[in-house]
Design a protein around this ligand. Structure first.
Ligand code: SAM
Ligand code: SF4
Length: 460
């Protein structure tokens, strides 16, 4: 018999970490751990960390300080709480975390969390553990699958890892060092995971990877499959209504993925395609391996097969050596593409990356450029949302809203929509007439009589 215990997992950073956090909780379930959303109730607290920018890494240390106090208070009451640091900060800083703080019991790298139950059992008896090696086993084969109840609790949309790691080595980025070389999971293993999710009520799957369109997992006869081939296979899974993928690299946006946007109805017309800068000089210094024109050509090729596709992107401002002229090239690129939204960041120097040795742009200049870029992105984003007012758009109803009787869903273009509708409709795609826009959402009303979804949601 296992002793019932509670685990609280806090995710920082990207979707890869959200997925990994779910899998950590699933892996700990057979060892008697149930997930809690109340940190104060937990016997085990896992911080699944992000190291992409300095601020993200700093947040982890302040969080360790906060939960270290909780741990000390629990110990004073005779209760033992374990603290684990997982993810990219764990990978990058390894044993340094234990040296910097005495609150942490376990440091586990992004490839090793399938070993958590064993490490926790060892910890109950002894010393802090650090496990940040890159193992040779396929961690996905060794992880416990979520139960139907766990899937249903997490809702009708799910991330599924298709690919991990990166071989691109952009000069600013830590991912190739913290997540390791690029690996893709075989098509049929991903399909089996998606079938299980769909059977438990999931209707939308987003394939994730640091460079997901570089996907080349084993397909038919173990020959490498492309992301488009994987998406076509997943579109056949009963119950799956929508497919998405993120994050892509412009260089890997190949012909068959572009063709899939034109002829695969389940593939949603939105693409997150980070460009980082509109200046050829800066793109070269970043080692992005493509030009501004190449990026614009990719956008044009996608629009040629699917004219309504909504593009989003990532930008870095104040990369070492960026001049006002380089920055203006970024602003004109934003206008030229007309992004539906974008993430933008000031450059953050990361130890061990080539750009860390380059001459930085003064912080005040970077901050001022970021403000100008964000104002422009917001203008495009608002215009994109406003263009839907008065139109009818298909919305996948995902979960209850903040107010009684309200549901929240997503358009094909990833905009959030609030609508008054019955909870049984969660999991259905229905046409919604958009009446107005708020700060972050659209509002509307269902445009025609609604039917219950064809697939029941387990546990609902
Ligand atoms: N693989 C994707 C690509 O190449 O476009 C991006 C994945 S990365 C985890 C997410 C985003 O973080 C990047 O697109 C970039 O904008 C941002 N980022 C990465 N390193 C950064 C750094 N050192 N400073 C500021 N932003 C950074
Ligand atoms: Fe980082 Fe993306 Fe460049 Fe890879 S392609 S190094 S994940 S920014």
């Amino acid at each position: 018999m296992t002793t019932p215990r509670k685990v609280y997992v806090k995710s920082f950073g990207c979707q890869m970490n959200v997925y990994d956090s779910h899998r950590m909780a699933d892996t700990l379930a057979p060892a008697g751990y149930t997930e809690t959303t109340q940190v104060g109730d937990a016997d085990l607290i896992i911080l699944n960390t992000c190291n992409i920018r300095e601020k993200a890494a700093d947040k982890v240390y302040s969080e360790i300080g906060r939960i270290g106090d909780l741990k000390a208070a629990a110990a004073a009451n005779g209760r033992r709480v374990l603290i684990a640091v997982a993810g990219c900060v764990a990978q990058a800083e390894s044993a340094e975390i234990i040296r910097r703080t005495n609150a942490v019991d376990l440091v586990v790298g992004s490839q090793n969390y399938y070993r958590l139950p064993n490490m926790i059992a060892r910890l109950q008896a002894g010393q802090p553990i650090v496990d940040t090696e890159f193992p040779i086993e396929d961690k996905f084969d060794l992880l416990t699958q979520p139960s139907r109840v766990a899937i249903a609790k997490r809702g009708i949309t799910s991330f599924v890892t298709a690919q991990e790691g990166c071989d691109k080595f952009c000069t600013f980025c830590v991912v190739p060092y913290t997540r390791g070389a690029e690996v893709s999971r075989p098509v049929e293993k991903i399909a089996a995971e998606v079938e299980r999710l769909a059977a438990a009520g999931v209707r939308e799957v987003t394939l994730i990877g640091q460079n997901v369109n570089a996907y080349h997992g084993d397909g038919v006869d173990d020959r490498p499959a492309t992301l488009a081939q994987l998406l076509r296979r997943l579109a056949e899974v009963p119950g799956i209504l929508r497919l998405r993928y993120t994050t892509s690299h412009p260089l890997d946006m190949n012909d068959d993925l572009i063709a899939a946007h034109g002829d695969l109805p389940a593939l949603m017309p939105s693409a997150h395609l980070p460009v980082q800068s509109g200046s050829n000089r800066i793109l070269a210094a970043m080692n992005r391996k493509h030009t501004r024109q190449y990026y614009l050509d990719v956008i044009a090729r996608l629009r040629a097969v699917r004219s309504d596709i909504a593009f989003t992107s990532d930008f870095i401002v104040g990369f070492p050596g960026e001049t006002e002229d380089d920055f203006r090239d970024t602003l004109t690129l934003v206008d030229e593409v007309g992004f539906a939204g974008a993430y933008s960041f000031t450059y953050s120097s990361r130890p061990g990356t080539p750009a860390a040795k380059m001459e930085p742009v003064p912080a005040a200049e970077s901050a001022e450029r970021l403000q100008r870029l964000q104002a422009l992105i917001t203008r495009h984003w608002r215009a994109f949302n406003a263009s839907f007012v008065g139109r009818s758009v298909d919305v996948l109803l995902e979960k209850p809203g903040r107010f009684p009787g309200q549901l929240v869903g997503k358009t094909p273009y990833l905009q959030t929509v609030q609508v008054m509708a019955r909870p049984e409709l969660i999991g259905s795609v229905l046409p919604v007439r958009i009446a107005g826009t708020g700060t972050n959402t659209l509002f509307g009303a269902i445009a025609k009589p609604a039917h219950a979804p064809a697939f029941a949601i387990a546990g609902a």
